[in-house]
Design a protein around this ligand. Structure first.
Ligand SMILES: Cc1cn([C@H]2C[C@H](O)[C@@H](COP(=O)(O)OP(=O)(O)OP(=O)(O)O)O2)c(=O)[nH]c1=O
Length: 632
């Protein structure tokens, strides 16, 4: 798919859409972009008269919306995003800016002004690349706008009021929605239709192309200075062709040279570029004007080369519970931590420095202390602790990955090489060793806690009265469902040895809705009755024969109208995104990761219909489907 290289650049980044507009969310979701939605709290109250042109107002508002979210996420939630996207749509007629109407009279005033005339719709967009240095947020703003001309027919008063009473105008700039009933008012549109709906997708992709795929420097002298992106079409972009651009990518940085110019020679963001970073590598020219690749920095490859060191440093610091010690007692010197943990002073110092370099710890003359992220995610009792999963990754997944070469050669999981045992024997360990069992459950619990809200809210499940989470382990998702849907009776169905160990993981306090735990084997035993069944992170692990047994059973107990909710990472149709899922496949379980169409096909095969897929942009996506009504 030709667009992949452009949007693909955002895949590994934490992207946030700073907008409550459902249209913007839909436009970006439809092209496969994964993002979080954090609506901006910025009040759209900039003084309009202070802007020379209406689009400047829209661009500035978009920028302020995005900056507010970037700052808030950095300060309050301590989750600095990589990219924040903000947008603002306005309608202008007779040099007046129209935003969203405040009431029906206001809508009437707006629509009357547009009646029978041509007007402009401007959307300002800001793309903010964020990074955190010494706990300070650093931002680089790229912004642009798009104009579309729209002409309304001559409309009667009656029609205008009928339209206003439909309620549609209220949350829309200019008081109309071209994508729905408002489309009937419109005689013609000149320009990008999606721009009117709230997001100029085409220009956005061109901007990304300009940022991530700057053309070679030798174009510089001859290129006209304008604000039009230097890459006009995407057709010529493919990952193969863009190899050199990959090598010149710098995290969170637009491609500007030290003069503030795009390497294309276009003045980057002549529309308004609020920060300019210097020192980017641009291809050098030799005396013949031919660009050389001497200065290219393969940052992506260097990052991958070192990635395993970074993972292991975090794993070992977690395993030695250094983050736990620092949470209780920090700041501490390396020698104190070494004494507490029983490690060498020099080794501990190196490990702590590595963690500081990775942004997990802060180092001051008083010693080392946890960053807020470390407190939240890396301590074993942190609010959203990932400790269990990290230990599982260190003890179980790491040894498997060190045998990846054999796994690829043989096409099978490498338990025998990694642990000196066959898969069946390892499974016996799981049965017999309390420690192994608890470690595994803690791993599942930490991931389930982190993903539960996304899964529980991916669809409106309020119509269901009872739900059964098959393989629901510690009940983390079940509790979240109970919180969100207080009338839902939730049951967790899992193996007896799992159910016997769930008490340790139950949330404290009486305020949570009760969850019922029932033990059984979902491949063999009768399933509890429910009108919503849930399979969260189950299907990707099992081979087709087992999935056949499981889905046949669920389908058989599901009454028509009952539903099945599947939570998995849904691959794109090319099966190369998101990378997390693709890399997980390398564990070589007998199961596999699937794309949206593969899930649809699979579920339809077992009598489910109306398959809906929600890409959450986070760790797990969700698929909801309904048991078909029996044919009459
Ligand atoms: C003209 C027009 C606007 N719109 C919408 C797009 C925007 O959502 C809205 C303009 O308001 P905005 O202030 O741009 O956006 P918003 O309030 O919906 O969301 P946020 O501020 O959180 O980003 O009008 C349509 O949906 N159809 C149309 O035809």
């Amino acid at each position: 798919m030709v667009l992949n290289p452009v949007l693909g650049k955002l895949v590994s980044k934490r992207v946030v859409l700073a907008s409550a507009s459902p249209r913007r969310q839909e436009i970006l979701t439809n092209v496969g972009l994964r993002f979080e939605v954090v609506p901006s709290w910025f009040k759209e109250t900039l003084e309009k008269s202070s802007f020379a042109a209406p689009y400047e107002y829209a661009v500035e508002t978009a920028k302020q919306k995005a900056l507010e979210v970037a700052n808030r996420m950095h300060v309050k939630h301590l989750r600095t995003p990589d990219v924040v996207i903000g947008a603002d749509t306005i309608v202008t007629v007779d040099e007046q800016i129209l935003e969203k109407p405040v009431d029906k009279q206001d809508a009437y005033r707006m629509l009357s002004r547009l009646n029978g005339k041509e007007h402009s719709v401007f959307t300002g967009v800001a793309i903010i690349h964020c990074s955190s240095k010494d706990n300070q947020l650093e931002t680089e703003v790229t912004d642009f706008y798009e104009e579309t001309k729209v002409k309304f027919s001559d409309l009667s008063e009656e029609l205008l009021w009928e339209y206003i009473h439909s309620g549609e105008p209220m949350d829309k700039a200019g008081g109309y929605g071209i994508q729905a009933l408002g489309g009937m008012l419109v005689e013609y549109v000149h320009g990008d239709f999606l721009n009117v709906v709230g997001f100029p997708l085409n220009h956005f992709c061109k901007k990304l192309a300009e940022l991530y795929y700057p053309p070679p420097k030798h174009n510089v002298q001859h290129k006209k200075y304008d604000s039009i992106p230097s890459v006009d079409t995407f057709e010529n972009l493919s990952d193969g062709e863009s190899e050199s651009s990959d090598f010149t990518e710098h995290k969170g940085a637009s491609k500007l040279d030290s003069s503030g110019m795009c390497s294309s020679g276009a003045i980057c963001n002549s529309e308004n570029n609020s920060s300019i970073k210097t020192g980017f590598t641009v291809p050098l020219e030799n005396q013949n004007g031919v660009s050389e690749s001497a200065a290219k920095l393969p940052s992506k490859i260097l990052e991958l080369m070192d990635g395993f060191r970074a993972s292991k440093a975090m794993f070992v610091a977690s395993k030695l519970k250094m983050f736990d010690h620092l949470k209780d007692k920090g700041p501490l010197k390396a020698v104190d931590i070494a004494n507490e943990v029983g490690t060498s002073v020099c080794g501990t110092e190196r490990l702590l420095d590595a963690c500081a370099a990775l942004g997990l710890l802060e180092k001051t003359p008083q010693g080392y202390s946890n960053t807020d992220s470390a407190n939240t995610y890396l301590t074993s009792d942190g609010e959203c602790s990932l400790h269990g999963y990290i230990i599982h990754s260190n003890d179980h997944i790491w040894p498997l990955f060190t045998n990846l070469e054999s796994a690829v050669k043989e096409g099978s999981r490498q338990n025998h090489r990694a642990f000196g045992k066959k898969a069946e024997d390892l499974f016996k360990d799981y049965y017999h060793s309390q420690e192994v069992k608890q470690r595994f459950m803690a791993a599942m619990h930490s991931i389930a806690q982190l993903t539960a809200r996304d899964v529980a809210t991916a669809f409106d499940l309020s119509r269901f009265k009872s739900a059964c989470d098959l393989g629901g382990c510690t009940g983390a998702l079940a509790h979240e469902l109970g919180q969100i849907y207080p009338n839902l009776k939730v049951t967790v169905f899992d193996l007896p040895e799992v159910i016997a160990n769930t008490s340790y993981f139950q949330p404290p306090g009486q305020n949570t809705a009760p969850v019922t735990f029932i033990s059984g084997d979902f491949f063999k035993d009768d399933l509890p009755e429910a009108d919503l069944y849930i399979l969260s992170r189950i299907l990707h692990d099992w081979p087709d024969e087992k999935i056949h047994v499981l889905l046949s059973k669920i389908s058989a107990v599901c009454k028509p109208g009952s539903a099945l909710l599947v939570a998995e990472i849904v691959l794109d149709e090319q099966k190369t995104h998101p990378p997390r899922a693709v890399l997980q496949s390398l564990s070589m379980t007998e199961g596999k990761q699937r794309s949206g169409s593969e899930y649809k096909q699979l579920l339809e095969k077992y009598g489910f219909t109306n398959v809906q897929i929600k890409i959450t942009g986070n760790l797990l996506d969700a698929v909801l489907c309904f048991k078909k009504n029996l044919s009459p």
